[in-house]
Each structure stands twice: as C-alpha cells, then as structure tokens.
Write a protein that binds this ligand. Structure first.
Ligand SMILES: Cc1cc2nc3c(=O)[nH]c(=O)nc-3n(C[C@H](O)[C@H](O)[C@H](O)COP(=O)(O)O)c2cc1C
Length: 336
C-alpha cells in the first residue's frame, strides 16, 4: 500500500497532516506528531499582533537606550514577553525542522498587507518547508465591502509570496459570498495551496453571569460537510493544491475528503481530544479501508467523488439540494 503523496511540491509519506494547534507548541510535541506517523506538521500560528508588539519594543529600545542595557539594543533582544513571541517561534521552528523528518510548515496569522508579512522570510530561513497564511479577518465594520475583504487576501498573499521562495498556502474563511471566485483569484495570484476552512472563534454568552465567554470548541465529523462540498467543487478547477481542514476524526473522514478531491487532509481537534497517537490509528484504518476497496495508491481514489468536470456546478449543487429536501420531505410528509 502506497500512501505517499505530494502537497505543494513537498513529498509526504501520507496525506494526513497535523494542522495548527497547541500540540506543536514544543519540539517534543512536534516530534510526537511525527512519531505518530503524520505526513507533515503545521505549526501553531505566529500572530501579526505579536510581531507588532516586538516592533514597538524594538523601537522603544532604539529611541530610549536608557530603557535597556546597551547589549540589549539588538533587534532580537531577549525578554520574558518574547518567550511566547517571534523569537521563541523561530527557535521552535528551527529545532523542529532538524528534529523530525517530515516537512514542518510555519503558520502566519494576520490581516493587514503590511510589514509583518516579511516575517515569512525569517520562517523560511529557520527551516520552514512552506508557509501557511491564516488571514483571520472578520470584517466587523459593516461598511467594509466584500470586494475589499477579498482584495486584502490577495494583497497579503502577494506580499508573502514576494518574501519567500518556499510554497505558500492560504487558509480560507468559509464566509465569502463566492468562495469559488476567491479561490480562483487566489489561485491566479500564486497560492500554492488553499486550506479549507478556517474555524472562527465564536464567543458564547452566559446568561447567568451576563458575560461574554470566549471559547475554542473542538469540531466533530459533521462539521466537515461544508469544506468537503467546496473541495469537491474546486477539484480540477484550480492549480493550487487543496487541503481539507475541519471535522477529521476517523479514517472514514480522511477517506471522504480524499474522495472529494483533497490533496491532504488535516486534523487538529481529534488529536487534541485523543492524543497525537490517534494519527496512527487513522492511518492504519485508512490502509485497511484502501485494501478492502482495492485502492493501491492515494491517487487511485483522490477526487473519485468530486463534482465531475464539465458540470454546471450551480445546477449540480441545486439539484442535490432539491433532491435531498424532496427525499427528507417525502419520508416525513409523503411524496412531493
Ligand atoms: C485549540 C486550537 C488551536 C488552534 N490554533 C490555530 C492556530 O494557531 N492557527 C491556525 O491557523 N489554526 C488554528 N487552529 C485551527 C486548526 O488548525 C484547524 O484548522 C481547525 O480546528 C479545524 O480542524 P479540526 O476540525 O480538525 O479541529 C486551532 C484549533 C484549535 C482547536
């Protein structure tokens, strides 16, 4: 059985990728993921805000040398705050890249097409095999147009592409009015992969304490359907690789995304819930399933259930929607 595959030109031993999460905060954590068998590891994100804080600190040190010891005037003067910041990030990345044999993908998380994007170059120099860009942007201001939101994605991507030579993936929000069109535009702008989809923090409200409760919830397999629908629609229609993220808990979830057309399938919640070793279980079961179905390589099955080329995609989606509703309604209320 050959599970090997390629992703943005990177050779992976299999298509299961650990996506950004606290499991990659340390080199030991990254090693554990690699030992469990994943094909690649995406590191937790470095945030634009962290880079801005560092830039502000550096500016303060330059403006007011009395604030620091002279030897601390270098751009990367160590400080307690930086333990969780850019310096720490590069250190983890650099050590991880030599500690494990699988590609380590660095993740940058921000929203403006400004100077912080150049940091991608430092990530490349520290050994990142690729950069994943997470443009976590919720346009809370109701005057911001959809076109502006899209253009921001293109601008950030182009800035990062100009800064590095390694491949650049872009993790997308599920909230575009035309996901297909922004995918095509990012593809044309040079994205090496589209990662579908980012999950947004959706704060809750506690009616007892009358407070807003920020929380990151773990996903379940039912959450995979939206991303799978878009992978199936985009398969064969973009040059960029397609990475699936959301709701991958079992080998069946991996298989379904591959059948829809994903180049790689990412998982975070399941590894947080059951531990990194759960990746071994998923891969063993994926191999068993492929054997049972008579597939010998991942290419044999990839995209088998994608939306067929030459289909009118809108009609296709509408037909399945109407068909599904017709079936649900007729079983509940008799024939339509
Ligand atoms: C606790 C937690 C932390 C995460 N941190 C990041 C992050 O730093 N950067 C990022 O791009 N995605 C982050 N994610 C999102 C995951 O990488 C993944 O895309 C998302 O959770 C969907 O996959 P899943 O359903 O397998 O969890 C995080 C998710 C969780 C649950």
């Amino acid at each position: 059985m050959d599970l090997s595959t390629s992703y943005m030109g990177l050779e992976l031993r299999n298509p299961l990728v650990a996506s950004a999460s606290p499991l990659s905060y340390t080199v030991d954590g990254i090693r554990r993921l690699a030992d469990a068998g994943v094909g690649a590891v995406v590191l937790f994100s470095l945030f634009e805000e962290q880079l801005r804080e560092q830039a502000a600190r550096n500016a303060r040190l330059v403006d007011d040398p009395a604030e620091s010891f002279p030897e601390a005037l270098g751009y990367f003067a160590p400080s307690a705050e930086e333990d969780a910041g850019p310096r720490h990030y590069l250190s983890v990345l650099e050590r991880a890249a030599t500690a494990v044999e699988v590609p380590v993908i660095a993740s940058l998380n921000g929203v403006t097409p400004e100077g912080w994007t150049d940091y991608a170059r430092a990530m490349q120099d520290a050994g990142a095999s690729a950069i994943e860009l997470n443009i976590y942007y919720l346009p809370g201001d109701p005057h911001i147009s959809g076109r502006d939101v899209e253009q921001r994605h293109i601008d950030v991507l182009q800035r990062v592409k100009a800064a590095v030579t390694v491949p650049v993936a872009i993790k997308l929000s599920p909230h575009f009015s035309s996901t297909g069109e922004i995918a095509l535009r990012l593809d044309e702008a040079g994205a090496d992969a589209l990662v579908l989809f980012n999950r947004f923090l959706q704060p809750d409200i506690d009616p007892e304490t009358l407070a807003i409760v920020p929380n990151v919830t773990l996903s379940s397999p039912a959450d995979a359907r939206l991303a799978r629908t878009w992978i199936a629609l985009l398969y064969g229609r973009v040059r960029a690789a397609l990475a699936a993220t959301t709701g991958v808990e079992t080998s069946a979830d991996v298989a379904k995304y591959l059948l829809a057309g994903a180049d790689v399938v990412m998982t975070a919640s399941a590894l947080l819930r059951y531990g990194p070793e759960h990746a071994t279980v998923m891969l063993d079961e994926l191999t068993d399933w492929m054997e049972r179905k008579g597939f010998t390589t991942v290419d044999d099955l990839r995209g088998l259930l994608a939306v067929p080329a030459g289909t009118d995609e809108a009609v296709y989606e509408r037909a399945s929607y109407v068909g599904a509703l017709r079936e649900a309604n007729s079983s509940a209320y008799g024939p339509w």
